[in-house]
Design a protein around this ligand. Structure first.
Ligand code: PNS
Length: 171
């Protein structure tokens, strides 16, 4: 391949990650295999209500999971404001998002189109997680854990520890 034709692709994987699930981790792995550099970016001013975990705690859980998995081209950081501005500042060409069910598409499509309007050269890449995680969401994890359900196979070990440390119910 001609050197001039080779392209370095940096992508942003944005989200709330409250907390990181194995579905997110599966997507990070898939994304890291097709882009040169992947930045997991936690939205720090999300208007989804009060998060369970602080941004610092979420960074720690993601950083540890990245290290354990040995994803050499993946980093984690935070952002606020417009995603397209953050992507521009990072020099990223793409945004990575996961699609589980059709309902995700309905949520994702307007965001992807709005981002394209705001930044026409920024592409949104959609990937599907492994089948066993297609129903897993941070919201469901928190809800089930709070009611005493076992979520240990659906989130990384540090997330289980941190859920317990929050004083919520046993697993
Ligand atoms: O994990 P989430 O909560 O589904 O992630 C949503 C996120 C962070 C990708 C989205 O809310 C976002 O990009 N927010 C940043 C603000 C922004 O750029 N809004 C315009 C895009 S439509």
């Amino acid at each position: 391949m001609l050197l001039a034709a080779m392209k370095y692709v940096k992508a942003i994987y944005p989200g709330t990650f409250d907390p990181l699930t194995n579905g997110h981790l599966d997507l990070i792995e898939r994304g890291s295999k097709i882009v040169d550099e992947l930045v997991v970016a936690i939205l720090s001013n999300a208007d989804k209500g009060t998060p369970l975990f602080t941004v610092g705690e979420r960074i720690e859980m993601i950083a540890e999971a990245i290290a354990v998995q040995g994803f050499a081209n993946v980093t984690v950081t935070t952002f606020d404001g417009l995603l397209v501005e953050f992507a521009r500042a990072q020099g990223a060409k793409a945004v990575l998002r996961g699609i589980r069910a059709i309902s995700d598409y309905e949520y994702e499509f307007p965001m992807a189109m709005m981002n394209r309007r705001l930044s026409p050269n920024l592409e949104t890449l959609f990937m599907m997680p492994a089948e066993q995680y297609t129903y897993v969401s941070s919201r469901l994890i928190k809800g089930v854990f709070n009611l005493g359900g076992d979520v240990s196979e659906l989130v990384p070990p540090l997330v289980v520890q941190r859920l317990k440390a929050k004083g919520t119910r046993k697993i």
